[in-house]
Design a protein around this ligand. Structure first.
Ligand SMILES: Nc1nc2c(ncn2[C@@H]2O[C@H](COP(=O)(O)OP(=O)(O)O)[C@@H](O)[C@H]2O)c(=O)[nH]1
Ligand SMILES: [Mg+2]
Length: 418
């Protein structure tokens, strides 16, 4: 099963293979489309990837356990608890998600079947790794769909989190969610006041309209509280993600089709070169050896090329024509004839010496044999000077066609169709 990243990689490959087969403008347009898709914020795939960030002991790990409704990661009052980043990911994760975790060097991965399109990354919370944590958040932000910043009632004003993280990362504020955790420790009025205060400090940081959830991920008594609201919100995010991924895959397919269109791949995909070339080549050899003449031979190659370029059409047709121009055909055919020794046949040797030479050279009985051998050499020369080049060009075109077909298949697979 493919994913968006695979389809996008294949589109990149198609773009590189389309070089010379489509015009510059189309090539630029397709690679710009691929870049645009790549540069999009958030995880390029079907899975919604969120990270939990915030101060030590605020309840990040507890929140993950509450959302997961099971014990996924260690929590505790004693530090350090989460020493290494951990990812809670769908069972049978898409390849792009594995790549992302590899890039972020997140080795601990817990697979889950509860929410098949949601991945949550729990970041380490040891104080001595604050710097590392910072780098991690910055590295992660462009590649994940969102960050849930977790606060607790005691440290929700922690200047480290506000000044060093949130205020520095405002470019990503649309991807931020905030959880005010441990609300079981607060009375109603206290909670309202504290929530307003948190909202104010986030606004002071530069977050325009912070989305704050009040949670109790791991109250000493009873079940976690208010996790439902957060889950519902995540469900909506999952739907949005499905829509934006669908759009992304549509963009990939469109870019691929446009390349195919421009390369003239939608018509005359198979030109039957392998079957047709030998008879053209033989007719050229025949024209040369039977004395029909050089011009006739040139025309046979030229006619074949015209037919090929008309059938393949577009930019590719012109390239074929350009690389096998008439002057080129004449030059190479001349060289092939010279190399094979099939000359304009010495039809009427006038001098005794020439006659003797002719007899010596061809013999009377062996004449046919020698001509056959030379025709064989000419045939090989023609394969080398024309056939191989044409085949190479057509092969490039076929490769582009196959790659574009793969873009379509992968994008469809990633979208969940077959
Ligand atoms: N009272 C209360 N304690 C909580 C809550 N959530 C987490 N805790 C406790 O806070 C401590 C730190 O939690 P943890 O999830 O390890 O925090 P992390 O360092 O941010 O990952 C643990 O002892 C949790 O049991 C909550 O909602 N209410
Ligand atoms: Mg933790």
């Amino acid at each position: 099963m493919s994913d968006v990243v695979t389809a996008l990689d294949t589109l990149d490959l198609a773009v590189s293979r389309a070089e010379g087969l489509v015009d510059e403008a189309t090539l630029k347009e397709a690679s710009a489309a691929a870049d645009r898709i790549r540069d999009r914020r958030g995880f390029l795939g079907q899975t919604l990837v969120l990270a939990l960030a915030g101060g030590t002991g605020s309840g990040k790990s507890s929140l993950l356990n509450a959302i997961a409704d099971q014990h996924v990661t260690e929590t505790g009052v004693l530090r350090p608890t989460t020493e290494e980043a951990l990812a809670w990911i769908p069972a049978g994760p898409e390849p792009g998600l594995i790549d992302l975790l590899d890039r972020l060097e997140i080795r601990q991965r817990v697979e889950q079947t509860l929410l098949p399109r949601l991945a949550i990354i729990d970041l380490p919370d040891h104080d001595s790794v604050v710097l590392q944590h910072h780098l991690m958040v910055e590295r992660m932000l462009p590649e994940v769909d969102g960050v849930i910043w977790v606060f607790d009632p005691q440290k929700y004003r922690d200047p480290l989190i506000h000044n060093d993280y949130i205020a520095q990362l405002l470019d990503y504020q649309d991807q931020f969610l905030f959880a005010l955790n441990q609300v079981d420790l607060l009375g109603q009025d206290e909670l309202a006041e504290l929530r307003a205060d948190l909202a104010r400090s986030l606004q002071e940081d530069g977050v325009h309209s912070p989305r704050i959830f009040e949670t109790a991920a791991d109250p000493p008594q009873g079940a976690p509280r208010n996790i439902e609201a957060l889950r519902e919100f995540l469900d909506e995010q999952l739907d949005d993600k499905a829509v934006s991924t669908g759009k992304l895959l549509g963009d990939i397919r469109r870019a691929g089709r446009r390349l195919g269109d421009e390369a003239g791949l939608l018509s005359g995909a198979g030109v039957g070169f392998e079957e047709r070339w030998p008879s053209v080549r033989d007719s050229v050899v025949e024209a040369v050896t039977d004395g029909l003449g050089f011009d006739d031979a040139v025309c046979r190659v030229g006619d074949f090329l015209t037919a090929l370029s008309v059938e393949t059409g577009g930019r590719f047709g012109s390239r074929l024509r350009g690389e096998f121009s008439y002057p080129m055909i004449e030059r190479e055919l001349g060289a092939a004839i010279a190399a094979s020794g099939v000359g304009p046949p010495a039809r009427s040797p006038r001098h005794g010496l020439a006659k003797a030479f002719h007899t010596f050279w061809f013999g009377d009985a062996d004449r046919e044999l020698v001509i056959d051998r030379r025709a064989g050499v000419l045939s090989e020369e023609l394969d080398g000077r024309f056939g191989a080049g044409m085949h190479g060009l057509l092969w490039e075109r076929a490769e582009l066609g196959a790659t574009l077909a793969l873009v379509e298949i992968e994008a469809r697979q990633a979208a969940g169709r077959s």
